[in-house]
Design a protein around this ligand. Sequence first.
Ligand SMILES: [Zn+2]
Length: 98
Amino acid sequence: MGDESEALEDQIGWGQEIDEQFTHARIQALLTAYDASGRIPAFCYAKCPVCGCTFTKKVKAQRFCGRKRRGQSTCRDYYHNATHPARRERAMQVLRRQ
Ligand SMILES: [Zn+2]
């Protein structure tokens, strides 16, 4: 468990083992960070819940940095893939095929 809480301090997302990408703890961390990002007003700095980078919000509803990852997916896609069970299953199937 010690390793798990340390992992939460790290940026969430890419490069981990496939089966470790969407652990319960990671999903909880994503949800918490998403909520925190959602409370930042427009035109202020917010932290992307997925990659942890800082960006300036254009509108209050914006929660992600909007950068593409590996040229195929954005942090927003990653977040929704991780937090919706059906999409998570599909994402993992796609990852396993790579
Ligand atoms: Zn991001």
